[in-house]
Design a protein around this ligand. Sequence first.
Ligand SMILES: Nc1ncnc2c1ncn2[C@@H]1O[C@H](COP(=O)(O)OP(=O)(O)O)[C@@H](O)[C@H]1O
Ligand SMILES: [Mg+2]
Length: 332
Amino acid sequence: MSDASRPAIEMTGVEKRFGATEALRGLDLAVPAGTVCGLLGPNGAGKTTAVRVLATLVAPDRGTVRVAGHDAVRNAEEVRRAIGLAGQHAALDEGITGRDNLHLFGRLHRLGARRARERADELLTRFGLAEAGDRLVRTYSGGMRRRLDLIASLVTSPPVLFLDEPTTGLDPRSRLEIWDTVKELADGGTTVLLTTQYLEEADRLADDIVVVDHGAAIATGPPDRLKEAIGSQVSVTLANPEQLAATAVVLSALTGGDAQVDVAERTVTVLTVPGVSVLLPSLVRELDGAGVLAEDVAVRAPSLDDVFLALTGAARESAAGSQESADLGRAA
Ligand SMILES: Nc1ncnc2c1ncn2[C@@H]1O[C@H](COP(=O)(O)OP(=O)(O)O)[C@@H](O)[C@H]1O
Ligand SMILES: [Mg+2]
């Protein structure tokens, strides 16, 4: 029986090993119904494995997995009926039209011929692909393929949707189109779990972010908390290189971070420490007070690299850091 108060997607202590590789090392996550969860992590973190376990394509070695009220191991068939899945590599037939692809998906999912046609038309119209729908998929751009693949996962109107790196490799405009599609689905009440390597993407789409590294969650919380905990990068470029040292002092004092001086670029950069937000006006005022003439002041939003630096204290290539999970919900 499904229980409305339980998360729509739930993983507890999930482990999965492929030979010597521990792809998942006790992954926990809980996604309330009707929300979007962003599984954020670098290549090899275990994102795809997590999605494959949730979608019942791979059985976990250990731990429990529940999706849409069903145990993913014991009731895999029920789970499959409740989910849609779109991956990084579109599973489309190149030699037929987009519309025929959707029709085929509908038939595969046991819709009647007529209903499958109707559903294909509905989806193409709703997501702005009505005209493109009559062209061969072979002629589609990468972004259109990805959108059609995503739409194909909606043929059965699944209440739970898994999207594995839906925008990796896409140009900015196609990325925005995918984002709009995900937002529309979320607004319609679909529970979405998407994986991504982009903090910005998780920030835009997710109600909650789970940062994964080496097969386990290293932080969980809403995007704002995560960004607060990471801080952002502030850089000041000077007209006069003699003022670099004074600028470094001001930046360190204001942010509590370690200011880095780049003499060649006449720039001082600092990553603000967790919990300290730097307001541009106060920065400008402080620099003024110290007699520093800034040519340019920039505040850059944190990236995935910054996330890993802040959470593990190590750059992500060498992120052998702590596997302890930071609960950002409580930390902030
Ligand atoms: N079928 C498999 N056989 C062997 N190793 C695998 C397999 N699938 C994933 N892995 C390994 O498990 C780790 C996690 O992979 P994956 O889940 O694909 O990460 P991500 O999607 O975050 O890039 C990687 O080290 C990867 O090489
Ligand atoms: Mg992957």
